[in-house]
Design a protein around this ligand. Structure first.
Ligand code: SF4
Length: 233
């Protein structure tokens, strides 16, 4: 089996796994090309800069100090069984396993479900706008399959919507909220779009980025639909 490719590491975080002190591993490779990607250096599969065995030895030294390890990317499930096997080894050390995923690999998620404890799943836009945002025609349908597969595990998760005004309008946000409520999702996070690499032709401005957060009526409506809703401004 191919060795896992790790392109980055955060040694300590309190915000990437709910309620737990965690480390984050950024895996190399992603099938999407989102217009707002903040990790373009991780998108192409290739050799990771971090030796997986050295990272594993370091994780051993974190036992008792950290509670969870989050697999992020890129898209961690793009590396398939290599990722799942590494997750299993990390879990055997006693860590909870978190996964940040774009949902592109529902069948791999199903195989990983016994070793992953919690996921944060991106719901990026309406079905109509997904291809323009992600550069991938099947990304929406795959994400919905992942949502349903994970929902059926009964394990905890959060669905994240990043409100990039180039691809998400207020009406879209309501449409997404209705879809999630209808599927029984309890926890969602609505995230402000923060430009990392401003595109001169499709520039956004602060009022456009803040419109979702300043609209009290919209906020109250969405707040009433879910058990936990986090507005990440
Ligand atoms: S899914 Fe994430 S890592 Fe992949 S292109 Fe989109 S923003 Fe970047």
């Amino acid at each position: 089996m191919r060795e896992i490719q790790i392109g980055g590491l955060v040694s300590f975080t309190t915000i990437d796994y709910p309620g737990k002190l965690a480390a984050v591993l950024f895996l190399v490779g992603c099938p999407l090309r989102c217009a707002y990607c903040s990790n373009p250096h991780l998108l192409c599969p290739g050799d990771g800069e971090y030796d997986p065995e050295r990272v594993f030895e370091w994780l051993k030294s974190r036992v008792g100090k950290l509670e969870a390890v989050v697999f992020s990317g890129g898209e961690a499930l793009m590396q398939g069984d290599a990722t799942i096997e590494y997750m299993r080894r990390v879990r055997d050390l006693g860590f909870k396993i978190g996964l940040h995923t774009n949902g592109f690999y529902p069948d791999t998620l199903r195989r990983a479900a016994d070793v992953v404890d919690w996921i944060g799943l991106d719901f990026k836009a309406t079905r109509e706008k997904y291809p323009d945002l992600t550069g991938q025609g099947v990304a929406y349908d795959n994400m919905i399959r992942s949502l349903d597969i994970w929902g059926n595990t009964g394990k905890d998760f959060e669905v994240r919507i990043t409100c990039d005004p180039r691809f998400v309008a207020k009406a879209d946000l309501m449409e997404i909220a209705n879809i999630l409520m209808a599927r029984g999702v309890k926890n969602i996070a609505i995230q402000k779009y923060i430009p990392h690499f401003e595109d001169a032709e499709r520039r956004t401005d602060a009022p456009a980025r803040e419109q979702f957060f300043n609209d009290e009526i919209l906020r109250e409506k969405i707040n009433s639909m879910f058990t936990t809703i986090t507005w990440r401004e």
